[in-house]
Design a protein around this ligand. Structure first.
Ligand SMILES: O=c1ccn([C@@H]2O[C@H](COP(=O)(O)OP(=O)(O)O[C@H]3O[C@H](CO)[C@@H](O)[C@H](O)[C@H]3O)[C@@H](O)[C@H]2O)c(=O)[nH]1
Length: 467
């Protein structure tokens, strides 16, 4: 670890959310900010597990990571000797209860180590309590929303949605369209929204956290930035811009700041280069870093791939391999039809000309990476923002389809693969995603909208005075 930056100068405390794909993208942004602002010191605060993983998988880890970024561990909130029961969101709830105090301690330690007072607080947008901390520190608060503009908008409209739908019976409310309530969401129904907005447990820690966020961000954040680009959702983006002091779109971030190529150890890319694969013929299957589909759905995916003979690359973690049909992985590899790997270099895979469709859970990073690769999607969303993303993909952007009934069945996936890879409608999806891909590339060129917004972000965090 390089020595910390010391002495006078800006000091940015970065508070990461240590679950899902949150800390990694934030660290990627911080690395880029640090490279462009070498006189600014960055203290990156997260749990020991999250820091270990984010710093190990840092794209610049093998190259030369900026010396002015320093990791600081904060407590994960799990009391000594306590055994997690496996209850949904237990670890998140324990962490969130401990987070405000843990981060305050972490910031004090970072100030002591660097010899610099914190001049700016950059946090995962989830942390509504950062508004108060920023006031105590007399520093601006800048929030990072790691999902899409559509989900952020849904959370900002929570009160209005609850008011409008409070007295409507649940079954009726779920089918209600949001057109008259949320700008830019005429095709979205209540049942597409993240749980905790108007459906599900509205008083859970997670739902309360998001509700608090929706009131604090517009009032108190000096800026909010997001991994998206303005041309993707102009109506929603303009609406968000009108609600925040400053709203910056800095994505797709992997185009703005391309990571170094992955190490050659992955066999996926050479396989995709193979002479027998036609352009846009391969199905890439992956469900991100959190989701594992239930066993019967994993089986259904395998059976439909075998039935259609569609070439495939499937990123499936080792613990889930046991749910594949007997001999499936060996058979398909032996026959040259496909590969099952525990992790794939996804950005490069989706940018490869042989890939014709992405079977995805619709996590925001996956959606953006698919758009940037010009690849249409087959959507099997699971929770949170994923249903909303799936609906936008099919009904708003026209760049993919959702599975009938919302889950994998052999027939359902066979039908979707046929529609996207073989039919006229699949051709249209590819054209539509091609248009968005071009817009993403425009936005991330020098002087493009995302590049300009990133320059504003650099200025904002590297100044020592309140805006
Ligand atoms: O084999 C793999 C599998 C995944 N990835 C990467 O892992 C990330 C996955 O991110 P995402 O698609 O956003 O999924 P999750 O990890 O599930 O992300 C969580 O965080 C997202 C951002 O807030 C939300 O949109 C999701 O719903 C939530 O589950 C992407 O960058 C992928 O490129 C790989 O590189 N290789």
């Amino acid at each position: 670890m390089p020595p910390p930056t010391t002495g006078a100068g800006p000091h940015v405390a970065v508070l990461a959310f240590p679950f899902g794909t949150h800390a990694g993208p934030l660290l990627a942004v911080v690395d880029r900010l640090a490279a462009l602002s070498p006189a600014t010191h960055f203290s990156f605060l997260s749990t020991p597990q999250s820091n270990a993983s984010a710093f190990k998988n840092r794209p610049s880890a093998d190259a030369s990571p900026p010396a002015n970024v320093r990791a600081h561990d904060v407590w994960d909130g799990i009391p000594e000797g306590y055994e997690l029961t496996g209850r949904h969101q237990e670890a998140i709830e324990l962490f969130m209860s401990a987070a405000p105090a843990g981060f305050r301690q972490g910031i004090a330690a970072a100030e002591a180590e660097s010899g610099r007072k914190v001049s700016c607080l950059v946090t995962d947008a989830f942390y509504w309590f950062a508004a108060e901390m920023a006031e105590e520190l007399r520093a601006p608060w800048v929030g990072f929303w790691t999902a899409g503009p559509n989900a952020l908008s849904a959370h900002l409209y929570t009160d209005r949605l609850r008011e409008a739908l409070g007295n409507v019976p649940v079954a009726e409310a779920e089918e209600a369209q949001l057109g008259s309530i949320v700008l830019g969401m005429s095709k979205i129904r209540v049942k597409d929204l993240p749980e905790g907005v108007v459906t599900g447990n509205l008083t859970s820690i997670f739902s309360t956290m998001l509700h608090n966020m929706s009131t604090h961000l517009p009032k108190s954040a000096a800026a909010v930035f997001i991994n998206s680009f303005r041309g993707l959702d102009p109506t929603i983006t303009d609406d968000l811009a009108s609600r925040f002091t400053t709203f910056l779109n800095i994505g797709p971030f992997h185009l703005l700041s391309p990571p170094p190529p992955p190490p050659n150890s992955s066999s996926c890319l050479p396989w995709l280069d193979g002479p027998n694969l036609a352009p846009a013929s391969v199905a890439y299957v992956s469900f991100g870093s959190v989701v594992t589909p239930p066993p019967h759905e994993i089986r259904a995916v395998a059976e439909s791939l075998e039935a259609t003979r569609v070439p495939f690359l499937w990123s499936l973690r080792d613990h889930a391999r046991a749910h594949l049909p007997q001999g499936f992985a060996e058979r398909s590899q032996g026959q040259g039809q496909g590969m099952v790997v525990p992790w794939a270099p996804q950005v490069e895979v989706l940018g490869h000309g042989a890939v014709g469709v992405f079977v995805t859970h619709c996590g925001w990073n996956s959606v953006l990476e698919s758009i940037a690769g010009g690849v249409p999607m087959i959507c099997r969303p699971f929770f949170g923002d994923q249903r909303l993303n799936g609906r936008m993909i099919e009904d708003v952007w026209g760049i993919g389809v959702n599975l009938e009934g919302g889950v994998f069945s052999k027939e359902g996936l066979v039908g979707c693969l046929d529609r996207v890879l073989k039919r006229e409608e699949g051709k249209r999806m590819r054209e539509n995603v091609g248009v968005l891909k071009e817009k993403a590339e425009e936005a991330t060129k020098p002087k493009g909208s995302s590049s300009d917004d990133f320059c504003r972000l650099v200025e904002l965090v590297s100044t020592t005075t309140m805006p």
